[in-house]
Design a binder for this molecule. Structure first.
Ligand code: DOR
Ligand code: ZN
Length: 344
């Protein structure tokens, strides 16, 4: 295998930019690699109307030096202005819509408690051939944290798909073999896969009597058997699975204590390199480009990117932190060696 790999420029179909200085820092990292990015709308004040989406897109555009296209899904709630929602979808101020079940993850308290209350919004998405992006976890005291994805699929997603068979759905950050199988077996549904769900298992998070806050994310990473199926889906199954890093930075202060640590893993400084290393380990480098740069565009009916990026097979160590202005974030894979690096 050659030491230089050239692939069509990737898109990141799931990433968190946040706001202010953090947004500038994330934009620097992400626009270095990607052409398009789906910027998650779970900001502190969530992006629930067209005006907020336009402003947010402008902020990211302003922060990026290179050509870069942020795409902003609408944060679904049970009290959206339906006319604004429709026109936001029609005018493409919104890039589809994101369903956060209430209290499933960071800044999801305004999310949806009862999914049947937003069927009118799903109807609009289906009519407009737009996309529903889903954080697929069912939250309940009765459900083990490791089973949330399965319960969401069985109890919620099945019903949504039955009622809206033509609705295009992306099950974000698939984390289980069960989720992979479900996507493969059903129509109009695809999945994004993060690097961390292909690198970590629950043993990397729950370590004897401690939790590693830097490996804590939602959905939580699962078992070895899940990791293997995710790797197979990304590296060999193709078409229905594509790149979505779910890179989700939290300032170091918010990751300190085990008890109050916010879920989220910050992989933006090394995500394409991690994906490349994973594909290399699986002897699937030939399939990297389809996963990173083609499948997502095809699913969303976008053209493929014109530019290319180059990666070189050479070792480098991921720095421990990203520091920008007053912000300090611990990087995923901190102090570890990666054997691929993007070059210009
Ligand atoms: O771990 C996560 N962090 N999962 C999510 O779904 C949200 C994200 C965040 O915004 O921090
Ligand atoms: Zn996310």
């Amino acid at each position: 295998m050659p030491n230089i790999l050239e692939i069509v420029q990737p898109d990141d179909w799931h990433i968190h930019f946040r706001e202010g200085d953090m947004l500038e820092m994330v934009t620097n990292y992400s626009s270095r690699i990607n052409n398009r990015c789906v910027a998650m709308p779970n900001t502190k004040v969530p992006i629930t109307d067209s005006n907020k989406a336009i402003l947010y897109k402008n902020k990211i555009n302003k922060a990026s030096k290179d050509k870069f296209e942020p795409l902003i899904p609408c944060y679904l709630t049970e009290s959206l202005d339906i006319n604004d929602f429709r026109s936001g979808i029609q005018n493409k101020y919104f890039f589809g819509a994101k369903l956060y079940p209430s209290n499933a993850t960071t800044n999801s308290k305004y999310g949806v408690r009862q999914i049947s209350n937003i069927y009118n919004l799903f109807e609009i998405l289906e009519e407009e051939n737009s996309t529903l992006l889903i954080h697929g976890e069912k939250v309940s005291d009765k459900i083990d944290i490791f089973d949330r994805e399965k319960y969401f699929i069985d109890d919620e997603l099945q019903i949504i798909r039955k009622k809206f068979p033509l609705l295009k759905i992306v099950l974000e950050h698939v984390s289980t073999a069960y989720g992979v199988k479900y996507i493969k077996q059903n129509k109009n549904i695809a999945g994004t896969i993060t690097p961390h769900h292909m690198l970590l298992t629950k043993r990397d998070v729950f370590i004897s009597d401690k939790i590693d806050p830097h490996h804590f994310c939602m959905p939580v990473v699962k078992d070895e058997s899940d990791l293997i199926e995710l790797r197979n889906a990304a590296c060999f199954d193709n078409t229905k699975f594509f790149l979505g890093t779910d890179s989700a930075p939290h300032p170091i202060e918010e990751k300190k204590s085990n008890a109050n640590s916010k879920p989220g893993i910050f992989s933006a400084p090394c995500s394409i390199e991690l994906y490349t290393q994973i594909f290399d380990q699986e002897n699937a480098l030939n399939n990297l480009e389809v996963f990173s740069s083609i499948n997502g565009a095809n699913f969303y009916n976008f053209s493929h990117n014109d530019k290319k990026i180059k990666l070189e097979k050479k070792d480098w160590i991921v720095p421990e932190f990203s520091v920008y202005k007053n912000i300090k974030v611990k990087n995923f894979y901190a102090n570890k060696k990666i054997n691929w690096k993007v070059i210009n």
